[in-house]
Design a protein. Structure first.
Length: 154
């Protein structure tokens, strides 16, 4: 009986531990595309070597990997249209006060309204489930950002 309790406890501990399915040295564009594709996303590698993917609304997002710091940036952007610099900055400040995950900013040289989320993975590797949860959280926040821009007439 005692042995069964220990076995069940060990299985619970193992199940609760994150599964690091991808070693840190294997976190690259090709493997991220595979993970995204396996989870139902249309994903590919762009001309710069970054990961691109689409959501259910056909909006495009990209992931830029920085293996030296074990980070990746999930990003997207929209045209600011005819917004003045002052209004664009005001809008992005409002968004930064509202959103928890996202960093919002205005690219003055292109007029783009940008959002990004920095996802850190460990030296031990990338937990695929945590990565997909981060992507889904980012997309949820991006939907709210898009709704905000639509409400503002962008």
């Amino acid at each position: 009986m005692k042995r069964r309790i220990l076995l069940v406890a060990a299985l619970i501990v193992l199940a609760a531990m994150p599964l690091l399915a991808l070693p840190a040295e294997d976190v690259n564009a090709e493997n991220l595309v595979s993970i995204l594709t396996a989870n139902g996303y249309e994903a590919w590698i762009d001309d710069d070597g970054d990961v691109m993917f689409k959501d259910q609304y056909d909006l495009k997002y990209w992931i830029i990997i920085d293996p030296s710091s074990h980070r990746m940036l999930l990003q997207s952007g929209w045209s600011g249209g005819e917004l003045t610099n002052q209004r664009a900055v005001q809008m992005m400040n409002e968004c930064n006060n509202e959103f928890i995950m996202l960093r919002c900013y205005h690219r003055t040289f292109s007029g783009g309204l940008m959002i990004e989320y920095c996802f850190q993975y460990s030296d031990a590797g990338l937990d695929e489930k945590a990565f997909i949860l981060a992507v889904e959280g980012f997309l949820d926040e991006a939907d709210t950002f898009t709704d905000y821009l639509i409400a503002e007439g962008i």
